[in-house]
Design a protein around this ligand. Structure first.
Ligand SMILES: Cc1cc2nc3c(=O)[nH]c(=O)nc-3n(C[C@H](O)[C@H](O)[C@H](O)COP(=O)(O)OP(=O)(O)OC[C@H]3O[C@@H](n4cnc5c(N)ncnc54)[C@H](O)[C@@H]3O)c2cc1C
Length: 372
């Protein structure tokens, strides 16, 4: 039997968006219940790049000091060609300023901060949402063990393959991103990079980002049909003529398959993010290829905006449209910037190499200035 909804808020998914929503609601004195299929919403051993507007959102979530303690400062970006030639440098410190200094951190640390204080009474962990339906009075989740939870407001924060979205919204399958056919993420000993460093080449790109003095987070994207998801070893050959630092980190990861995660890049583009008592946020609403590393920032901003609206509303069933109107322009801006960069990443290598020194600084400013 379903429990009475009264004014209960249920959050489907305890990733960045879900935990940030729980936390933002708590700041407003509002209780909610998080349902998460994993025992702990820690995303493997991976890391994340957090641009200045993510840092600003974390500060609004009361975590400024913790982020300074656990996040590794990212002061500059270097864009390089596959022969190591420096094509463009971005001074991120100068752009964002000290209070919004970008940081890199382990995802498990970020999840730990967002979810600090979440106890069993507000958390159904290790439980999967099997189905969702709603009527005029409540949205109801059915969990994999048959339990039903009713809510006056259901927040769909269950990621790019959202069960909530697929149950309630037609034609809402994610699509493959235009950026690349496949990507992998890994952690490796730092081969000697000082800051955010991207090498771009004929068949792919490698990004290395220090998360502490000894370790880098790596991301490899290829447009190479010869590399299968379950056998990344051809990557060694694809990146065989990249500079030694990039090859060293990649070879280490290939020799430690437990540290290498295949990461499909999928996107969600929807005209509406709400339906009755259900509101989608984060990747469930607008997953975007991570070329500008805006996924976490947008998810946390969604959470803060939603919590503010819930706090000011007499009936939470009425805020869906207002939430969309408030958030869509910013998300559309990131989607458009992502499309422009994804298209540029597919230009022939020789041309890319030629235009990057001019295009990179301009598109960095054009993307991030409105997000400051
Ligand atoms: C290769 C790659 C690199 C990226 N790099 C960056 C980066 O550097 N910076 C950045 O900001 N963003 C980055 N992103 C994007 C970022 O990871 C996402 O935008 C962010 O994680 C979205 O958070 P979310 O909470 O909306 O979704 P998710 O993190 O996917 O969380 C959804 C949660 O819902 C749970 N869930 C799903 N279905 C169910 C179910 N049926 N029942 C119960 N629970 C369920 C999942 O277990 C998960 O914990 C990257 C993405 C990719 C693919």
């Amino acid at each position: 039997m379903a429990t009475a909804p009264s004014q209960r808020i249920v959050i489907a998914g305890g990733g960045i968006a879900g935990l940030a929503t729980w936390r933002a609601l708590k700041q407003q004195g509002i209780d909610s219940l998080v349902v998460e299929r994993r025992p702990l919403a820690a995303d493997g051993g991976l890391a994340i790049n957090l641009p200045g507007n993510a840092i600003a959102a974390l500060a609004r979530l009361g975590l400024a000091g913790d982020i300074e303690r656990l996040g590794h400062p990212v002061r500059k970006r270097e864009y390089r060609a596959q022969d190591d030639r420096l094509l463009a440098t971005i001074d991120e410190d100068a752009f964002w300023g000290e209070a919004m200094r970008p940081r890199a951190m382990r995802r498990s640390d970020l999840m730990g901060l967002l979810g600090a204080g979440l106890d069993a009474s507000a958390h159904r962990a290790d439980r999967s949402i099997a189905d969702v339906h709603q009527d005029a009075t409540a949205a109801t989740l059915r969990l994999d063990d048959g339990e039903e939870l009713s809510a006056s407001l259901l927040v769909g924060a269950d990621g790019v393959r959202s069960t909530v979205r697929q149950a309630l919204m037609a034609a809402s399958q994610p699509s493959a991103a235009r950026l690349a056919s496949a990507s992998w993420r890994f952690m490796a000993p730092n081969p000697g990079v000082e800051g955010w460093t991207l090498w771009t080449g004929r068949r792919g790109m490698i990004l290395l980002l220090p998360v502490d003095d000894a370790t880098v987070y790596g991301w490899v994207a290829v447009d190479s049909p010869g590399v299968a998801a379950d056998d990344p070893h051809p990557l060694d050959q694809v990146f065989g003529d990249f500079p030694e630092r990039a090859r060293k980190a990649l070879s280490w990861a290939l020799a430690h398959p437990e540290a290498l995660y295949h990461s499909p890049i999928e996107e969600v583009r929807l005209a509406r993010w709400s339906e009755g008592r259900v509101i989608l946020i984060g990747d469930a609403a607008h997953a975007t290829a991570p070329v500008w590393a805006e996924g976490a920032a947008l998810a946390m901003e969604d959470a803060l905006a939603l919590a503010g609206m819930v706090a000011g509303a007499d009936d939470t069933a009425t805020i869906g449209r207002r939430f969309e109107q408030a958030r869509q322009p910013r998300v559309a801006h990131v989607q458009a910037a992502t499309d422009r960069l994804s298209k540029a990443a597919r230009l022939p290598y020789g041309l890319r190499r030629l235009i990057m020194p001019f295009v990179v600084p301009r598109s960095y400013r054009a993307t991030y200035a409105p997000l400051k």
